[in-house]
Write a protein that binds this ligand. Structure first.
Ligand SMILES: C=C(O[C@@H]1C=C(C(=O)O)C=C[C@H]1O)C(=O)O
Length: 403
């Protein structure tokens, strides 16, 4: 059931979240969806994880009675999902919350899901949640020195072999002295990175700047990022850095692989497409990226989750050629990505939805410990120490939100 809601009560979606560990979030510029409770869910794994989840959702939609007077993307029945990066190991989840609150422009709504038309919950902003306490960060699977050796190994293979690009990541552990209230972390991420999508699905959280795919009334958008520098805080210097990014052949080459991989994967599922010729520079507080927004029109019957499945893993998180890069990651990266760098987002009963890439992210592994992730694209000309510094810049959003 969907009801029109008063958009003033819903001023701050994240403030409505109750004090529970598994609350759900997909928020950008104050708009999006939050949810809680579980009306239904599927956990799946393996190469067929997207197909299993899509079929489960389709069957659920078929047996549900939906009252949806609002009729916007994200109203009615909605599933939040988060998928493993690799075919194996790692689990994926798609869940329909029992309460979803959404906001889009001037329209706001509350959806309740249950066996009968449950009354909508009383919504009110929760008191300010407590920030994480005494957080200590440490290396996880490999330390910086070891990781640079892994990058050097990849560089020599890229110079000698047929691989053009591989994305390698590393992780950190954050341990707090008391249970982490995820709502505080989400509020901080959303406040500091309003142009990113602040997400949380089953203990995986972050603020991603990269939209793998959005389908909205048949219109498809994908924001591809690849090629990164990090600002120094000195305005003139950073201005020069931004223009150097747009002219750096290493970054342009890396970006081209990523944009091409998305355009090629979308093409069979779209009736028309627009791929801009040159990228623009996307400025975030911690890094700047080369970015390309690709748009298209989805072929009939192709849902946003189908599109995410076709796109994953793009060269922004895998590499080029895709299969060889994914095999090299499994061979040398020395850590489990789990759902890091996998699709995360939501889909409604019509197939419209938004799927980001779970970057600038971390996973709660128990109530006071999180594993943080950051990676970068490696090409034949990459320098391991510079790549290590890039991961440090990419850890900043989550580190700050947890500190
Ligand atoms: C892999 C990550 O980021 C990706 C890699 C980028 C790069 O190598 O330049 C840029 C943006 C993302 O596509 C990450 O943040 O962990």
């Amino acid at each position: 059931m969907a009801l029109d809601a008063d958009s003033e009560t819903l001023e701050d979606l994240l403030a409505l979240l109750p004090a529970r560990r598994r609350v759900l979030s997909w928020v950008r510029h104050g708009e999006g969806l939050v949810g809680w409770g579980t009306a239904a869910e599927i956990r799946t794994s393996g190469p067929e994880r997207f197909a299993h989840a899509a079929k489960w959702f389709e069957e659920l939609v078929a047996v549900s009675t939906v009252t949806d007077p609002v009729g916007e993307p994200g109203t009615g029945l909605v599933g939040f999902g988060s998928f493993a990066f690799a075919d194996l190991p790692g689990f994926s989840v798609l869940k329909v919350p029992s309460v979803v609150v959404g906001k889009r422009g001037d329209v706001a709504w509350v959806t309740t899901v249950g066996p009968a038309a449950a009354p909508p919950p009383a919504l009110a902003p929760a008191p300010e949640p407590e920030a994480p306490r005494d957080v200590v960060f440490a290396d996880a699977y490999v330390d910086g020195e070891h990781w640079m050796r892994i990058v050097a190994d990849a560089v020599s293979r890229l110079q000698d072999g047929d691989l053009d690009k591989v994305v390698l990541a590393r992780d950190l552990l954050a341990a707090a002295s008391a249970p982490i209230d995820i709502r505080s972390v989400l509020r901080r991420l959303a406040a500091a990175y309003p142009t990113c999508w602040t997400f949380h699905v089953d203990d995986l959280f972050g603020a991603t700047p990269e939209l793998l795919v959005r389908r909205e009334r048949g219109l498809v958008t994908s924001r591809v990022l690849a090629g990164t520098i990090w600002p120094t805080g000195e305005e003139d210097f950073d201005h020069a850095l931004a223009s150097s990014l747009a002219e750096s052949s290493k970054n342009l080459e890396e970006h081209e692989y990523a944009a091409r991989s998305v355009a090629d994967a979308l093409e069979p599922h779209c009736s028309s497409m627009n791929v801009p010729e040159a990228p623009f520079v996307l400025k975030l507080p911690n890094v700047m990226h080369l970015a390309t927004d690709i748009t298209g029109v989805a072929s009939d019957g192709v849902s946003s989750l189908d599109l995410a499945a076709a796109l994953h893993p793009s060269a922004a998180v895998g590499g080029t050629p895709r299969e060889d890069a994914v095999a090299l990651i499994a061979e040398i990266e020395s850590m489990e990505r789990a759902r890091y760098a996998g699709p995360v987002g939501w889909m409604d009963a019509s197939g419209d939805g938004e799927w980001g890439i779970a970057l600038r992210s971390a996973e709660l592994i128990d109530d006071r410990t999180a594993r943080l992730f950051a990676g970068c694209g490696i090409v034949a000309g990459s320098d391991p120490a510079t790549e290590l510094a890039e991961t440090q810049a990419k850890f900043v959003p989550i580190r700050d939100a947890l500190s």
